[in-house]
Each structure stands twice: as structure tokens, then as C-alpha cells.
Design a protein around this ligand. Structure first.
Ligand SMILES: *[C@@H]1O[C@H](CO)[C@@H](O)[C@H](O)[C@H]1NC(C)=O
Ligand SMILES: *[C@@H]1O[C@H](CO)[C@@H](O)[C@H](O)[C@H]1NC(C)=O
Ligand SMILES: *[C@@H]1O[C@H](CO)[C@@H](O)[C@H](O)[C@H]1NC(C)=O
Ligand SMILES: *[C@@H]1O[C@H](CO)[C@@H](O)[C@H](O)[C@H]1NC(C)=O
Ligand SMILES: *[C@@H]1O[C@H](CO)[C@@H](O)[C@H](O)[C@H]1NC(C)=O
Length: 673
């Protein structure tokens, strides 16, 4: 029996309670509100009296834990010796010491027998443990314990807004004094939004247009600050908070997952190739060099970069040796022939790490966005290293991967054409919750926690209009077929150096004759849309606790979904950006599986269509014969496409009219009651 199946018989099990109708019950709401309150202003000492009292002591009664392991013992020793990381030191889990402490706390959480123990321990840790360690241990708990997976963590950029917004905004928000501001309107750059409204307005489930939203937010002043002017051509991608948090969440999900490591490695390298390809397409669109990335030499190579370069060079050398000698030496000293049996998979495991915590550094070095998993994809150097790593990976696969892909080429099938609706990108306003930067004292009234206002940072972000495409396929027989659709540049040169970003993939049945298949961008898999902010989430929970709202468990978005609005690079204004689509059809082998990686849960592996490697056919370098067989012929189709970037003033006006009509609905409702 799995540990948590057993446990859930003992403890209140959220998972089972709530699945009934997709609506949270009061036990869930109590836990959810606690979580949001305990994380509120997590970088500051806890002011909430209720949770402070609860957390007076760490529960060390071993009876209260399913397992009391050495991680926990060691953590407790560190605590007693005063060796826990000090609040003022920067936490970074790639330092072995920091990671070890995080692991200790995580085990206390994970092994707690019941919610009450956990509750106490979380409160204790909030007071005594470094906030970075605390947040990561709590995140891991919610990702890994099945009975708490339904709980919602605020997004990482709402917990630590300082790391995601420009210095000027952070400074102004920090110094913002609500009391003064109310008295002297117009003294700062902060404006109040009245009537209340947050962007984007159109959320799934109509969460921001509903009457319940206005009820939940009735007592909340919405304040807004505007974004500083942007400075750099790639900022709209690299600084995008969802781009950054996507990569952070994915890596947090992978940590501490012992099962299915082969699948997980393949999936991680596929995701890395996707994010690299997407980045290169953006460079291409902005007319920046993209074929071979170079390292940024705006500063002398610092300690961190030296460390990473050393690791990557070692890896490249090992892969080079493995390829020259067709063999590899294992850590236990024995040598295996990579051409034998499935030994190439052992080599893959030996050579290519995928869990970033395996990159442990012994001593703490200076802070650097590149070594901070929250912000790593903001650094252009990241893509340079990613490319070197992927080059080794693809080279290795090309040499050792069994060569049976040709059996997947379908017969009696031809892709005749593909037709698309226009691809249009635009800049969309968005409000990002930065309330956590404000001083915590604004949120307590006579010792009681209150949340009377929210500070939102108005930013502009990349968005695209929904689009669809039609595939026209002729076939002489009925056959189940997988289609993969890639976006690439319009360069017709060497295919090895062009980025191929997988936009869509799906399974369908093709019938004899002419088939027309329509795909909507909204149904592409693996993507996630927008979610409500920390402030709204809290007020929805409160409203639900007053029994005035059925709190839907799908109120937030899956953390490991790639941001749906970022699948297209920014189009050209005036002259459209010219790109190409590549469509590849393969035979279906009846091996499709649906797992839960979208929610960063890898315990049962990852979703896939078939036994072809993820990212096929670009998981390796394509040799000439493969190029000829696998991506040319009737089962493959190339299509020129264009992306246009549009000015969207009219769109905002439409949203404004929507809000007005909702306000009218509320007035009508109030008149009726
Ligand atoms: C967790 O809570 C239990 C029971 O309240 C307590 O004995 C233990 O010391 C706590 N551990 C931590 C790490 O907070
Ligand atoms: C604040 O400034 C705006 C624009 O400058 C002005 O329209 C508004 O009347 C001012 N409000 C107050 C209360 O002074
Ligand atoms: C939650 O699920 C319901 C029912 O499937 C759906 O109508 C609603 O739009 C979903 N809400 C969100 C926020 O996705
Ligand atoms: C080393 O590990 C491999 C694979 O786990 C195993 O087959 C081999 O017997 C081991 N060699 C020694 C000397 O222990
Ligand atoms: C179907 O069969 C006909 C006759 O053999 C052939 O001309 C045609 O190319 C085939 N179509 C496809 C899609 O293979």
C-alpha cells in the first residue's frame, strides 16, 4: 500500500472530500486560507498573532510522524545548535548546505501524520526558518503530498515581487504609505482604480466579471502603479513573469521525484529544447543573431559563470569520449559498451543530469540571476549554456539511439495543404499583484489580519489572437495518425541550426479520401491561461467561507503549463514576420498516455502520444539519410506563414464596456433583493 493511501485513511483527506463536485468544502477553505495568510509577506517576520501562537513549538514527538528520518534529525540538530540559515543570508538551493536544510524541513512537513501537526509545524517554521527555505519546503509539500495537491500556492512572483519587477517600482512600492496616500491624493504615482477592475478582464470561468467578484472585492481598494519604459528588444519575452515562473515551477516539480527518471530526463530535455527554440524564434523576429548563441561578455567572466562553464565543458568532454570510444566508465569503475543492449540508456543517465539540485555548489557565491532558479531564464547566458548542453544531448542520441523511426512513416497518406487564419500578436495590459512589497503593518488592525487594499503593477505583455488551422489530408485507408506541427524560421539553409518550436501535436483518425482537420489554438495541449491574483484568491476564499460563493477547485491555472499567450513570437509591425510551419505525420502505435505533468506532478511519468522520443524528429541531429526519409515526402508539409503585430486600442475600449454592463447587473441585482 502506498504511504499516502494508508495515511489518507487516518487523516482528513482533502483529495477525496472535494473531488465530489469540484467545489471546495469548509475543511479545504480553512486550509487554503491558512496557507494564504501564512505566506502573506513571507519575507517579513510573522505578525499574525493567531498563527504565531499556534507555531510556538516544533512537534518533535516522533509519534506524530509516519517516518522520522535522518533529514529530520539533522535539521532539528541544526536548529538546536543555532545553525539554521539566518534570515538575512540569501537562500539558494544549489548550495549544498541550504538545500540540506530545505530537505530537513520538507521531511517534517511531508511526514506529519495529520493536518494539525502539519499546521503547527508550518506556523513554527514560518517564525523560525529562513523564508526561502520555508517557501520551497512548503511548495514541495503541496506538489508531492497527494492529499494536499488541491491546495493553491500563490504564484512565485506574487510571493517575492522584488525579484520580478524593476528597481524603481520596487522602491516606490516599498515606500508607499497608504494612510498618507488617502489623505493627499496625487502625491505619488499610485492611482486608485474606480470602478474596480483588473486586467486581463476575460478570465476563464468569467472570474473577474462575475457578481461574486464584486462581492469578494467590495471592501478592497485597488491601487495601481505603471510600468517603467522598456529598454531592450527581448524584454517582452525574458522579463515576462509567466515565462520565468513556468521554468521555475517545472524545475520545482522535478526535484525530489524519485520515480520514472528516464522519462523525466527525456521530458526535461524536451522542455529545454522548446524554451530554447522559442527564445531563438523571438531573436529571429527581432532581427538579432540566433543561429549560434554567444555568451554575453558585458562583464568579465565571474565566478558563477566559470563554475557553469567548467561543468558544461566537463560534460562535453565526457560525451565526446563516450562517442569516440563507444563506451563509458560508470561511477563504480566498470566500463560498459554503449552499443550493446540498452546500454545507451545507462549512458544517458550517467551523462545528462536534469535535476538542477544535482548541480550542488559547495560554497555560497554572490547573488546572480543565472544561479537563481526563479529568474534563470531572464539571463541571456542561460540560452547559450542550454544550447551547448542540448548539442551534446542530440549528438549522443544521434550516435546511440536505435534507428527504428522509419517504421513510423505512414503509407498511403499525403498532407496536401494547410490553411491558417491570420496570426496576430499584440501588447496587452496586465495587472500583477505586488501587494507583498508593501509594508506588512498595513495589513493588521488591532492584531487582526485584514486585506483592505491591493497594489497592482500595470505591465504590458505579449498576447496573440486565437487562431486555427486546417489540414487537408488524402489517404487510401483508415489509419490512426499523430500530427506534429512546428514553427520555424523562413531560412531555407541548414536545417540543423534552425530552431523548431513544437506548437501543437494531436492524434486523429484519417479515413480513405480527402480529410479536413481543424485545430483551434485554444485546444493546443500543455498550455495554461491566466489566473486570478493573490488578493482575489484570498477574498474569494473569505467569501466562500461566508457561504456566499461556491469555490471552484479549478480556480487557479496549472503551474507547469506553458503560458498560452507566448506560443507565437512577436509579429512584425508594418512588415509581417515571415516564418514557416512544418507538419509531420507519423503512424500511431497505440501507446498514448495521459499523466499529470501539467500540474507539476511527475509521480506517474509524463504524457506522450507514442514511443517516439519527445520532440521527435528534433531530439537528435538529423543526418542526411534521416533528413531525406523522415522530413521529406508525402507525410511532411512545409507552409510559409506570417505574423503581424497589431495596435489594440479598440480592444481595451470593448473591455471597459463589459465592466460597465457588469456593474449594471449588480445594481439590478441589488434592487431586486
Ligand atoms: C511539527 O509538529 C509536531 C507536532 O506539533 C512537533 O512535535 C514537531 O516538532 C514539528 N516539527 C517541525 C519541523 O515544525
Ligand atoms: C489628481 O490628478 C489628476 C490628473 O493630474 C486630476 O485630474 C485630479 O483632479 C487630481 N485629483 C485630486 C483629488 O487632486
Ligand atoms: C472550471 O470548470 C468548470 C466546469 O468544467 C468550467 O465551466 C469553468 O470555466 C472552469 N473554471 C476555470 C477558472 O477554469
Ligand atoms: C557497476 O554497475 C553496473 C550497473 O549498475 C553493474 O552492472 C556492474 O556489475 C557494477 N560493477 C561493479 C564492479 O560493481
Ligand atoms: C492512393 O492510391 C492511388 C492509386 O494507387 C495513388 O495514385 C494515390 O497516390 C494514392 N494516394 C495516397 C495518398 O497515397
Amino acid at each position: 500500500m502506498r504511504l499516502w493511501v494508508f495515511l489518507s485513511l487516518l487523516a482528513l483527506n482533502i483529495h477525496w472530500e472535494v473531488l465530489a463536485n469540484g467545489i471546495a468544502n469548509r475543511y479545504f477553505l480553512e486550509k487554503q486560507r491558512f496557507l494564504l495568510e501564512i505566506l502573506h509577506h513571507v519575507h517579513e517576520p510573522l505578525m499574525n498573532e493567531q498563527w504565531r501562537l499556534l507555531g510556538k513549538q516544533l512537534v518533535i514527538d516522533k509519534e506524530q510522524y509516519v517516518v522520522y528520518n535522518e533529514h529530520m534529525t539533522r535539521f532539528y540538530e541544526d536548529f538546536n545548535l543555532g545553525k539554521l540559515l539566518h534570515r538575512n543570508v540569501r537562500y539558494n538551493p544549489i548550495y549544498a548546505d541550504h538545500y540540506r536544510q530545505m530537505l530537513g524541513l520538507y521531511h517534517f512537513f511531508y511526514n506529519a501524520r495529520d493536518w494539525y501537526t502539519l499546521w503547527q509545524n508550518i506556523s513554527w517554521a514560518r517564525v523560525h526558518v529562513h523564508p526561502g527555505i520555508f517557501v520551497q519546503a512548503l511548495t514541495q509539500l503541496i506538489l508531492k503530498r497527494e492529499d494536499y495537491q488541491a491546495l493553491i500556492m500563490p504564484k512565485i512572483y506574487e510571493l517575492w515581487p522584488e525579484s520580478y519587477h524593476d528597481d524603481v517600482t520596487v522602491r516606490k512600492a516599498r515606500n508607499f504609505n497608504f494612510a498618507n496616500w488617502i489623505r493627499y491624493v496625487n502625491v505619488t504615482d499610485v492611482e486608485e482604480i474606480h470602478p474596480q477592475k483588473l486586467e486581463p478582464f476575460d478570465l476563464e470561468g468569467d472570474l473577474r466579471g462575475s457578481i461574486e467578484w464584486f462581492q469578494a472585492m467590495a471592501e478592497v481598494n485597488i491601487l495601481r502603479m505603471n510600468q517603467q519604459k522598456s529598454r531592450n528588444k527581448l524584454e517582452h519575452l525574458l522579463e515576462d513573469i509567466d515565462w520565468q515562473s513556468y521554468w521555475y515551477n517545472l524545475n520545482m516539480g522535478v526535484v525530489l521525484t524519485a520515480e520514472n527518471s528516464d522519462q523525466l530526463r527525456e521530458w526535461c530535455y524536451y522542455q529545454l529544447s522548446q524554451i530554447l527554440a522559442r527564445y531563438k524564434l523571438e531573436r529571429y523576429g527581432q532581427k538579432l543573431a540566433y543561429k549560434r548563441l554567444t555568451q554575453n561578455h558585458y562583464r568579465s567572466i565571474d565566478e558563477e559563470s566559470q563554475f557553469i562553464i567548467k561543468k558544461i565543458s566537463e560534460l562535453e568532454a565526457k560525451v565526446g569520449d563516450a562517442i569516440s570510444f563507444r563506451s563509458i566508465q560508470l561511477t563504480n569503475g566498470s566500463r560498459i559498451n554503449l552499443k550493446e543492449n540498452n546500454n545507451w540508456l545507462i549512458g544517458l543517465e550517467e551523462l545528462f543530469p536534469y535535476d538542477w539540485t544535482q548541480l550542488a555548489v559547495e560554497k555560497a557565491v554572490q547573488s546572480n540571476i543565472l544561479l537563481d532558479i526563479r529568474t534563470i531564464v531572464r539571463s541571456e547566458d542561460f540560452y547559450y549554456y542550454a544550447e551547448r548542453l542540448l548539442d551534446s544531448y542530440r549528438w549522443y542520441r544521434q550516435v546511440f539511439q536505435p534507428n527504428n523511426q522509419k517504421t513510423f512513416i505512414p503509407s498511403d497518406l499525403r498532407i496536401d495543404d494547410v490553411q491558417l487564419t491570420p496570426l496576430i500578436t499584440y501588447d496587452q495590459p496586465v495587472d500583477v499583484d505586488i501587494s507583498n512589497i508593501l509594508s506588512a503593518k498595513h495589513f493588521y488592525l488591532a492584531g487582526q489580519f485584514v486585506w483592505p487594499f491591493t497594489l497592482q503593477h500595470r505591465q504590458s505583455r505579449l498576447q496573440h489572437k486565437d487562431f486555427s488551422y486546417n489540414l487537408l489530408i488524402s489517404s487510401n485507408k483508415t489509419q490512426s495518425t499523430i500530427f506534429r506541427v512546428f514553427l520555424t524560421t523562413s531560412e531555407r539553409g541548414n536545417i540543423q541550426r534552425e530552431p523548431f518550436y513544437q506548437l501543437d501535436s494531436f492524434l486523429t483518425v484519417i479515413y480513405p479520401g480527402l480529410n479536413r482537420i481543424t485545430r483551434e489554438s485554444k485546444e493546443f495541449k500543455g498550455l495554461a491561461g491566466d489566473h486570478i491574483s493573490y488578493t482575489e484568491l484570498y477574498h474569494f476564499v473569505k467569501l466562500a467561507e461566508r457561504e456566499e460563493f461556491d469555490f471552484p477547485l479549478n480556480i487557479s491555472t496549472p503551474n507547469c503549463g506553458f503560458p498560452r499567450r507566448l506560443i507565437l513570437p512577436r509579429g512584425g509591425s508594418g512588415n509581417p514576420l515571415k516564418l514557416r510551419l512544418l507538419i509531420v505525420a507519423t503512424v500511431y502505435d497505440f501507446r498514448a498516455r495521459q499523466e499529470n505533468e501539467l500540474n507539476c506532478d511527475f509521480s506517474k511519468g509524463v504524457s506522450r502520444w507514442d514511443e517516439l522520443p519527445l520532440g521527435y524528429p528534433f531530439e537528435r541531429f538529423l543526418e542526411d539519410d534521416a533528413l531525406a526519409a523522415e522530413i521529406s515526402g508525402d507525410h511532411v508539409h512545409w507552409k510559409d506563414v506570417e505574423i503581424l503585430h497589431e495596435d489594440q486600442k479598440a480592444y481595451f475600449e470593448m473591455c471597459y464596456l463589459n465592466v460597465k454592463s457588469n456593474l449594471n447587473r449588480i445594481v439590478l441585482k441589488n434592487n431586486k433583493t
